[in-house]
Design a protein around this ligand. Structure first.
Ligand SMILES: *Cc1c(COP(=O)(O)O)cnc(C)c1O
Length: 352
């Protein structure tokens, strides 16, 4: 007899990002802006003062304090993770038991189902309507019929860019008092319908944030879960003690010490997003049979194409050194610098 892998992981494949050197990368929804040199220098000097022979602060108190100030939430309601991906893994394990039901909407961020599967949770799909909106009444119905313990969705949504207005999110939270509502606000800097201020009002709400998008720090891996005391205590108790390394903590602390920089970076991305949307919209008017798109609340556009075309254009762009994301009959394009936007729109028009 030889060693047999656990059945649930036998057919899993490691995540394979598009590797290689491409001059223009608009595939991962990162910020096209680098951290300003003076902020980076401050970061590096703080990192150089760290005692790396010592373990990091388990609660990342410095990050909680500064992020809390920037976001307007109490530091004791924040759990810091090694990217929000770590928090997603953690919360599916902590808030759910094997066999319990978790509702994921579709289309949405695919990692929710992946982590649910590993936690041996039953993921139930809730389909959005043709314009990618969540019908809250239908979702409440499904949660109640299934007796679901958790519902999770990104708002605004990755990959569609469509957001669920705050009033609707609140109606959902109030409509399912026995179900945990996890709102992943990874892109909420680019919209204004956050429910972050409601975490103490409801005992079934958790909000996730990340430093990877608007805050320009995908490389340092820092995510935040914000919820009331009870939920926060559970997350803090169950996480591994030293989950966020001290260099990441120092970098994130520095970042939040420059709130005006953060605001400016967000505004620059919104500006680029609007410009990219307008250009692609103009193409959609010129070639109505070849592409269509909806207004976006995030930092990317999500473009529908006739069968087979998205893949063809994705490959053609890749050959030109421009990487976007192809998802079935859709292309998802992250907004970039003025030059990058112009180039991707130019190629899109050529290949159409
Ligand atoms: C990018 C993204 C995240 C962020 O993940 P990190 O692990 O913090 O980099 C979380 N949720 C969604 C929907 C995302 O698109």
């Amino acid at each position: 007899m030889s060693y047999q892998l656990n059945k649930k992981v036998r057919d899993l494949e490691p995540y394979e990002p598009i590797s290689g050197n491409y001059p223009i990368r608009l595939d991962a929804n990162e910020s096209f802006l680098e951290i300003p040199p003076e902020v980076k220098a401050d970061m590096l000097s703080r990192i150089s003062l760290l005692h790396l022979n010592r373990y990091p602060d388990p609660l990342a108190a410095g990050v909680c304090e500064r992020a809390g100030r920037y976001l307007g939430v109490k530091p004791e309601l924040i759990t810091v993770g090694n990217g929000s991906d770590e928090l997603l893994t953690l919360l599916t394990q902590v808030m759910m038991s094997k066999g319990e039901k978790m509702i994921c909407t579709s289309p949405d961020f695919s990692m929710y189902q992946c982590y649910g599967y590993l936690a041996e949770v039953e993921c139930i799909e809730f389909k959005k309507d043709a314009s990618f909106r969540i019908n809250v009444d239908a979702l409440i119905d499904l949660i109640q019929t299934e007796g679901a313990r958790t519902v999770i969705f990104s708002n605004p949504c990755n990959p569609t860019g469509v957001g669920l207005p705050r009033a609707e999110v609140i109606r959902l939270i109030e409509g399912v008092p026995e179900c945990l509502v996890v709102v992943d606000e990874a892109y909420m800097e680019f919209w204004d319908q956050s429910v972050l201020d409601c975490v103490e009002k409801y005992d079934n709400l958790m909000v996730l944030k990340t430093c990877s998008k608007s805050f320009r720090m995908a490389g340092i891996r820092c995510g935040l879960a914000i919820a009331n005391r009870t939920l926060t205590n559970a997350l803090r108790a169950a996480k591994s003690p030293y989950n966020v390394n001290s260099m990441t903590q120092a970098a994130a602390e520095t970042l939040f010490d420059y709130p005006a920089e953060l605001d400016a970076a967000t505004q620059a991305v919104i500006h680029s997003r609007d410009a990219l949307y307008d250009s692609v919209r103009a193409l959609a008017e010129k070639f109505p049979k070849k592409l269509s798109l909806l207004p976006t609340n995030a930092n990317f556009v999500y473009i529908k194409m006739p069968a087979g075309q998205a893949k063809r254009i994705f490959e053609a762009m890749k050959a030109e050194g421009v990487i976007v994301r192809c998802m079935g009959d859709y292309l998802r394009i992250t907004c970039g610098t003025e030059h990058e936007n112009a180039e991707v729109v130019r190629l899109l028009e050529v290949f159409l």
